[in-house]
Design a protein around this ligand. Structure first.
Ligand SMILES: Cc1ncc(COP(=O)(O)O)c(C=O)c1O
Length: 411
């Protein structure tokens, strides 16, 4: 239930009985519980967890990082342990600029890069910079729960646009643009999307940037899983196609380690400037220690080998999950076939309520995220997100077998 607002701490009647929710700002009613529950499962050791979008600990480059931490602290503690400029350390910004040039094409000046404390902070800064209460924001349906929460947390009206096997449906974006108030922005995850695992086709990328440019609509491109394609070259990033209308948010969480809490934002300079000003009022700067390590890691070329290992590992696990689904799932259940990233998106027959199955699944020792929270409307009740990234091959098969038993009982 939404809390009442406008209360005061003094409305409490006796020590210890204050009505805390009455004090909360209206925006706190827009949730966070679902993500908190996912993160709490991260610590569980007795369940097969297909829930959070967690990288495999085996993919963390522990040896290289240990050596770097030791050396950087010995050589450069005055920088690594100090505050950094709000926009990031020059070495970190230069490392991201180099990485983007190598992986996406456009050469950029490091001065155009904002270093963030992870991808989610990029979203927060962007929402804080752009969103007025009631602003219309378009997202893919389904989309990343953290993004829905970031926009809804600033009281946007978040509206889902359908996707299919080739990603966002351009005619549906067009329809959304030709009715109602002009949206403030469109948020897209073009590569190995969270939660569907699907990608936006190269043809649609071009169509999308042209359409948005025509309508003067800002595209927010989230490239969290872009470098985790199992084979071949990724399609051009939206930012590389249209740096004038795209702000790109990236993260090192999936390609290096979420414990670093590091990401980036690049895009139109006045927007990046406003986001930097917003950062001054939040954490002031990303941790310099992490920035120093990341800069050295990227510049020395270690990321290439980390990514090679990660792609092979996640590709194998994705295949193990697809094989297990094909073996165990009953007729009438369908799922996506990701070519990268962490997720398979499963659709059960209409009447199956995946939220209601969370508790029985937990009793069977399996965790997943039900589909509904990834939508901004009533869709997704019969869907679920299955993450293969942190489960080993044997437990993938066993976990899917248990889930299949539960779903079969519902048919
Ligand atoms: C699409 C997407 N964007 C951003 C993030 C957040 O990344 P970070 O851990 O860097 O905050 C995630 C994490 O799950 C994600 O899936």
């Amino acid at each position: 239930m939404a809390p009442a607002h406008g209360g005061s701490l003094l409305t409490g009647t006796a020590a210890g009985s204050y009505d805390w929710p009455a004090l909360f700002a209206r925006r706190t009613a827009r949730g966070g519980d679902e993500l908190t529950a996912i993160l709490s499962l991260a610590a569980a050791t007795d369940v097969i967890t297909f829930s959070g979008g967690f990288p495999a600990p085996e993919a963390f480059p522990v040896d290289v990082l240990s050596e770097l931490v030791e050396r950087l602290l010995r050589q450069n503690a005055a920088v690594a342990l100090q505050y950094s400029p709000t926009e990031g350390l020059p070495t970190a910004r230069a490392a991201v600029a180099t990485l983007l040039e190598q992986t996406q094409g456009p050469a950029i000046d490091p001065a155009e890069v904002l270093i963030t404390s992870g991808g989610i902070e990029g979203l927060q800064l962007l929402a804080r910079t752009l969103i007025e209460p009631g602003d219309r924001v378009l997202v893919e349906a389904p989309t990343y729960l953290g993004a829905i929460m970031a926009f809804a947390g600033f009281e946007a009206d978040v509206e889902g646009v359908r996707i299919d096997a080739d990603g966002l449906r351009i005619e549906d974006v067009e329809a959304a643009l030709s009715s109602g108030r002009p949206p403030k922005l469109l948020y897209v995850i073009p590569d190995h999307q969270n939660p569907s695992g699907l990608s936006l086709s190269p043809e649609r990328r071009q169509q999308l940037v042209e359409l948005c440019r025509r309508h003067g609509l800002l595209i927010v491109e989230d490239v969290a899983y872009r470098e985790l394609g199992f084979e071949g070259q990724a399609a051009p990033s939206l930012w590389s196609l249209a740096p004038d209308v795209v702000v790109q948010l990236g993260t090192f969480s999936k390609i290096l380690a979420p414990g670093m809490r590091l990401g980036w934002a690049v895009g139109p300079s006045s927007l990046i400037g406003a986001m930097t000003a917003a950062k001054q009022n939040s954490d002031q700067c990303a941790g310099a220690l992490g920035q120093t390590i990341m800069a050295e890691y990227v510049t020395a070329g270690h990321l290439d080998s980390t990514l090679r290992t990660a792609r092979a590992l996640y590709g194998r696990r994705a295949q193990a999950m697809l094989d297990a689904l094909a073996t165990h799932m009953p007729e009438g259940v369908t799922w996506t076939r990701p070519a990268g990233g962490f997720f398979v998106w499963l659709t059960a027959p209409e009447h199956v309520d995946t939220r209601a199955l969370v508790a029985p699944a937990a009793r069977l020792g399996v965790a997943y995220v039900p589909g509904a929270p990834f939508y901004t409307d009533t869709r997704g009740g019969n869907q679920m997100r299955l993450s293969y990234s942190r489960a080993d091959d044997a437990s993938i098969d066993e976990g899917i077998r248990r889930l299949a038993t539960l779903i079969r009982a519902e048919l």
